[in-house]
Design a protein around this ligand. Structure first.
Ligand code: PHE
Length: 390
């Protein structure tokens, strides 16, 4: 009797132990350890729409991936820090992501100067970083852990120069650029080079410092020239202010900007002053290939039209998840190799192949600012430029 009892007890204990183990296993498979991904972006400050918009694209991709079972059964967990549009803050944000949060990979930044700061940290800690939208060539140079899913400014500047020359029939251009931003200065340098090569002339080359509010001295100088186009390769808040102040001074020239103008704030702030001006970008909202993404984004964000940054953030996450699935492990060097091997990845902003310099060669679009039926000043597709395949 006693003996039987102890056997029963032991059997019972074993059964309980086994079922506990099974429960633990089951729990592990459904709530597997999340894979942490960091995003650093300007959620506030002078470039606030860059970070906010990118974060929306990033979150949309993460939600979809998690709803479909995550990456190898593990959900993606996003940690976002605000850089306030400041390089020092960007460095701090990335340090926190890689050293305290121990993220597997980092998405960011938009502004090239901030990606240069954050990239230094990712490189040091051997954590792969993908910038969705930093176009300055230096961002990925000498940093084998730093990638991007957009074209670079040599191509953007060349295509802008060609547009000024061939479409706008301009031979004389005035430039007003932000000397404190790697992006703006780089685009100005490359544009001037390309435009001169095409036989054009830069009749005025003026600088300002990000944060400046008054452009009247530079604009008066430009007004005194015979420029046919005013190129302003800064970020959107500056582009809008320059447009308004130029019109006040009686300057009627079309303005030409780079992708840094891409924000719903450009048309909202500048209004009529920016109508009839152009900028280069990664995608245009009225491009047919953007349709599916546009609808998903709009249904999540009260009908808001996504800018190019949302699409690029979305693509950066999907490309990263694809590399994670192919990687030997999620350790820095393995993940880096898998990202580097990405070929013909079908992004919503175009097909993405990571080249040997860790950049993407993609098509560019030129958009024109116009006033739509609702009276909003917004961009529409004007011209497409095929990827630079050299
Ligand atoms: N290309 C810009 C930079 O490198 C950032 C940017 C990209 C801004 C796309 C808006 C849209 O600084």
């Amino acid at each position: 009797m006693n003996k039987l009892n102890s056997i029963t007890r032991r059997t019972l204990l074993a059964v309980v132990a086994a079922s506990l183990a099974a429960t633990a296993l089951f729990a592990a498979s459904i709530s597997a350890d999340p894979i942490k991904i960091g995003h650093y972006g300007s959620m506030t400050g002078a470039q606030a729409t860059f970070g906010q918009s990118t974060d929306r694209g990033v979150r949309l991709a993460i939600d979809e991936i998690n709803a479909a079972g995550g990456v190898s059964g593990r959900p993606l967990e996003l940690i976002t820090y605000d850089t306030k549009g400041d390089s020092g803050e960007a460095g701090k944000a990335v340090t926190r992501l890689v050293s305290s949060d121990k993220v597997t990979a980092v998405i960011g930044e938009v502004a090239s100067s901030l990606s240069l700061a954050g990239g230094a940290v990712c490189q040091q800690f051997k954590v792969p970083m993908i910038s969705p939208s930093s176009t300055n060539p230096r961002v990925t140079v000498g940093r084998d852990y730093v990638f991007r899913v957009c074209f670079i400014d040599d191509f953007q500047a060349f295509a802008l120069a060609k547009f000024a020359k061939e479409n706008l029939k301009a031979s004389k251009v005035a430039i007003l650029y932000d000397q404190t931003q790697a992006y703006s200065k780089g685009l100005r340098d490359e544009f001037a080079k390309a435009f001169k090569k095409m036989g054009g002339e830069i009749v005025s080359d003026q600088a300002y410092s990000g944060g400046d509010q008054d452009f009247s001295a530079q604009l008066s100088n430009i007004r005194a020239t015979d420029a046919q186009v005013l190129m302003a390769p800064g970020y959107y808040a500056d582009g809008a202010a320059i447009a308004i102040q130029a019109r006040k001074l009686g300057i009627k020239l079309p303005l030409l900007g780079g992708d840094g103008w891409d924000s719903e704030q450009l048309g909202k702030i500048a209004g009529d002053a920016i109508v009839g001006s152009y900028y280069s970008n990664h995608s245009a909202p009225d491009q047919p290939e953007m349709k599916g993404f546009l609808e998903k984004f709009r249904s999540k964000h009260q009908g808001q039209t996504p800018d190019a940054l949302a699409g690029l953030g979305y693509d950066a996450v999907y490309l990263l998840a694809d590399a994670m699935k192919r990687a030997k492990s999620l350790a820095g060097p393995d993940l880096r190799d898998a990202i580097a091997a990405t070929k013909d990845f079908p992004g919503v902003t175009g097909s993405i192949t990571i080249d040997k310099n860790r950049n993407a060669s993609k098509a560019m679009v030129i958009v024109e600012m116009y006033k739509n039926a609702q009276g909003d000043v917004v961009p529409k597709y004007k011209d497409g430029v095929a990827p630079d395949k050299e």
